[in-house]
Design a protein around this ligand. Structure first.
Ligand code: ATP
Ligand code: MG
Length: 426
């Protein structure tokens, strides 16, 4: 026997029981995005590697070590499986002049790829929903995107997801802060580990994120960006906070919140839960006013977020009564000479009338067919036996809840089925 093959590490199969939950999650999220005025867009899973290098930044974790990149010899192209959606979405907006006639609100969903160490809540293929608003310079749309999320969590039945917020200012303000930060890190170089030393010049803000206690000590004494923010940046952030307060959305300011992608400015935020251990961030986002120009477009401001679906679905799973049961309306079984054709056409007629019907396949005793009907979760069993065949009837048996078995004329089944089903569900 040949050795069986397995899925790639960190890339998950989602089996039918879990897919029911995933699909209800997706239905809620997609309806919510549309309700807030965001319109769907779809981008390819594969882009030019240069797009992500330019957008996300050379010295980020993602570009340094997490991208699935390869050279396509057939076309002599450097390609990458997308590690996130914002870069592609901005690329598409520039390529198709999406904002020529005014600002746009967009959403997308789908798999992202990062070569990380797989663990609970951290995978190599994972799904995100993202929302991006292009062409809105004011703080109102930052607040809109944040309040939007605040309204989603209860729709998903989730509690205890808190908001962390920071103002990371403009590129110029960050540059001045960064120069002083590097000076501070250089002055304490003796306490830094290899990772911090390597990052100190390329991406000193990430040094502040270090989990190493010695490095944290140095980070705690480092100059804070807040001290470098000018009037315009402060006013923008005040505008965001005002609308959050007006909406009753609580937040904590986390002055150390820096996102793992270089393109952000002004508002950055994360939604965090304690219920998932180390992988507690379920959604992250912020403003990226320089990204369009960085990718060769006109200056168009942008702001958006991306949420991690695996983490949110895992939270929903802790609340089992929210998990929808995928029940067919009826399971159709048959036994005896000539009954298959009748059962088969009844199932067909019911489906054409809009009902969810599973047809028993493969024969078997009446008892074993009833067992399968029950295991299918169906509300009703429709039975065509030799008796029913002779009388021109179908037997209807309620599999869940109450109701006796009844016989009705075959020709009346399609017409009366909805009423029978409603009674079985009551
Ligand atoms: P983290 O700090 O957890 O690594 P990140 O800052 O790299 O997250 P983003 O790039 O902002 O994450 O992506 C947005 C969201 O996507 C995250 O908040 C998280 O919920 C989810 N996410 C990111 N990477 C993964 C992954 N490898 N597996 C599962 N979900 C992920
Ligand atoms: Mg990450």
């Amino acid at each position: 026997m040949s050795k069986s093959l397995q899925a790639i590490r960190g890339m998950n199969d989602v089996l039918p029981d879990d897919m029911a939950l995933w699909r209800s999650f997706s239905a809620i999220v997609e309806a919510w995005l549309e309700r807030w005025g965001y319109r769907a867009i779809r981008m390819p899973l594969v882009e030019n590697t240069a797009l992500f290098r330019r957008a996300i930044g050379e010295a980020t974790d993602i570009v340094e070590k997490e991208m699935y990149s390869w050279r396509d010899e057939l076309n002599a192209e450097e390609l990458t499986l997308r590690p996130e959606g914002t870069a592609s979405c901005v690329r598409a907006a520039i390529e198709h002049s999406l904002v020529y006639d005014g600002p746009k609100r967009l959403w997308y969903g789908g798999p992202m790829y990062r070569h990380e160490r797989p663990q609970k809540g951290r995978y190599r293929e994972f799904y995100q929903y993202g929302a991006e608003a292009f062409g809105f310079p004011g703080p109102d749309v930052d607040a809109e995107l944040i309040v939007m999320c605040a309204r989603l969590w209860p729709e998903l039945g989730l509690k205890g997801i808190r908001l962390e917020l920071n103002n990371i200012g403009s590129a110029e303000e960050r540059a001045r802060h960064r120069a002083d930060l590097v000076k501070h890190l250089e002055a304490h170089e003796g306490k830094l580990d290899a990772d911090a030393k390597r990052r100190m010049h390329a991406n000193p803000l990430r040094v502040l994120d270090s989990k190493n206690p010695l490095v944290q000590e140095v980070a705690a004494q480092a100059p804070l960006l807040a001290g470098y923010l000018g009037e315009a940046s402060l006013a923008h952030f005040e505008g965001v906070k005002k609308l959050l307060a007006a909406s009753g959305v609580e937040f904590t300011i986390n002055p150390r919140l820096v996102r793992g992608l270089d393109y952000y400015n002004l508002t950055v935020f994360e939604w965090v839960t304690d219920a998932l251990g180390a992988q507690g961030t379920v959604c992250g986002g912020g403003r990226y006013d320089g990204l369009f120009e960085q990718l060769g477009g006109k200056a168009v401001p942008g702001v958006g977020f991306a949420m991690g679906c695996e983490r949110l679905v895992a939270l929903m799973k802790e609340n089992p009564d929210r998990i929808p049961a995928a029940r067919p309306d009826a399971y159709v079984l048959h036994q005896g000479e000539g009954t298959l054709e009748v059962a088969f056409t009844i199932a067909d007629a019911l489906r054409r009338a809009g009902h969810a019907v599973v047809m028993h396949a493969g024969g078997g005793s009446f008892k074993s067919q009833m067992k399968k009907a029950d295991a299918s979760g169906a509300w009703l069993a429709l039975i065509v036996g030799e008796d029913e065949l002779r009388a021109g009837d179908v037997s209807v048996k309620a599999l869940r809840g109450g109701g006796d078995q009844q016989r009705i004329g075959r020709v009346r089944v399609a017409g009366e089925f909805a009423a029978i089903l409603e009674k079985a569900k009551a």
